[in-house]
Design a binder for this molecule. Sequence first.
Ligand SMILES: O=C(O)CCC(=O)C(=O)O
Length: 284
Amino acid sequence: MQSMQADAVTPHAVVEALLRGPGAVRIQGAFSKEQVAQARSIVMAHSQDRAQTVTHFQGQAAQDQRLHLQRRVWNLLAKGSVFSEMAEHPAIVEAMRLFLGDDFIMGSIAANRILPNGPGQEPHIDYPYWDFHAPGTFPVGINTSFPLNAQVTIPLDPFTPQTGATAFVPHTQHELRYPGDGDAFFERCERMEAEPGDAIVFFGATWHCAMPNHSVQDRSAVLIQYLPKFVKPMEDLRAMVGEAFVKSASPTMRQLLGLNFPYPQNLDAVAVAKNAEGRTNATR
Ligand SMILES: O=C(O)CCC(=O)C(=O)O
């Protein structure tokens, strides 16, 4: 897949790859060995005996009673400061500002662990497009000429065809469509092969899925979802992290938690009759 070194990333190159290029790009060496080791030990500890957190696109595994061979760890911000470091990676944040707008937010930060012999997923596209198999529930004319999502996958174990590196079909983001039976996804897909500490940035409208782990080792990754300011986040991160976290959050983290965008709010309960929005003399 298309790659660039972490110290050579430019926002323009990332946006080009996501919007007009294949839909995904690998940033090599984005995180240190220490960061990966720390993140991995937290993910493993939190998923050792908890196979039962909610998951997605694993309908077949649920039917086959194999859900316990994949595990999700949600709410990572509250589980270790290394995950804040990952979410705030400066080069990725700069690229996201260009891709999703300066006030972009984070919709989710979670880990996906696939155990040896664990199942892959149904080919899909990501939130907020993830139920586009019911296109009638979306606005008429919706398309991907501008993005409503970006994903970052940070492998904590080697991502190889054997371990279950994410599969994707390049250029499928250009037409918004949920992949189906006739799309020959598995014949057409490439793999997001990567080393621990790389970061794979992709537009979630690109068809993709986790693949089965045919190796004898675990395959874990941190998955970060970024969204424009006006899309309702998937995880209620602001509530999940708690007051103490918010009090000490950096300006970037406050933005990621959606605190720069104060809607929805009870406008009827705003005590002062002031001008809140507009070009001229607005208080926000
Ligand atoms: O873990 C992976 O390889 C991809 C996960 C994914 O696409 C998802 O959960 O939406």
